[in-house]
Design a protein around this ligand. Sequence first.
Ligand SMILES: CC(C)(COP(=O)(O)OP(=O)(O)OC[C@H]1O[C@@H](n2cnc3c(N)ncnc32)[C@H](O)[C@@H]1OP(=O)(O)O)[C@@H](O)C(=O)NCCC(=O)NCCS
Length: 177
Amino acid sequence: MADMHSAITGAIGALKGPLHGGANEAVMKMLFEIGKSGGDPVEYVKSLLAQKKKVFGFGHRVYRTEDPRATHLRKMSEQLSKDSGNTKWFDMSRRIEEYVKVEKKLNANVDFYSASTYTTLGIDLDLFTPIFAVSRIAGWTAHVIEQLDDNRLIRPRAEYTGPEYPVKYVPMDQRLI
Ligand SMILES: CC(C)(COP(=O)(O)OP(=O)(O)OC[C@H]1O[C@@H](n2cnc3c(N)ncnc32)[C@H](O)[C@@H]1OP(=O)(O)O)[C@@H](O)C(=O)NCCC(=O)NCCS
């Protein structure tokens, strides 16, 4: 029975971070880094994969085909880059996408082309995740209302497979987080 504001604050917290709502920021940081070094985008990604690192903006927990939002954002990014006369970020993205698709069989997700789209629109990195959050507020609000309309608790079942008693207590400041 939390109020609407608390529920939406919780949703914003869950959106945060580079694996979810912060992925487009991570994509743009990667593009900026490649741009600054003047290196080849494909070589950059090859080296990420060789180090077993993730390439932000690819993969999805649910979609195994192309994220339908990526299809539209790719078009927008291309059009905006042509209109603005700076196709650098789009061209770089396209080469990375082609390589990751062949090499890892991973599709671009919503975050991949939203990075170059936002940058071409002149939007600062710090606003990437907040824009994503704003666009989700209507949906989150609907979920909260729907839940409150028929307030049955959602309790996913889980089987604990972690270490069993007796487990040595390790003080918080000595843990590796
Ligand atoms: C979104 C994401 C968390 C979904 O994860 P998932 O479906 O649970 O997939 P997993 O993390 O279990 O990955 C499955 C395999 O694909 C690889 N993989 C998935 N996404 C990858 C990526 N973006 N770059 C490189 N490898 C990736 C994993 O390393 C793993 O390989 P392994 O089996 O050899 O260990 C994941 O794809 C990811 O971290 N993507 C990058 C962050 C991102 O763009 N997030 C925005 C999502 S809209």
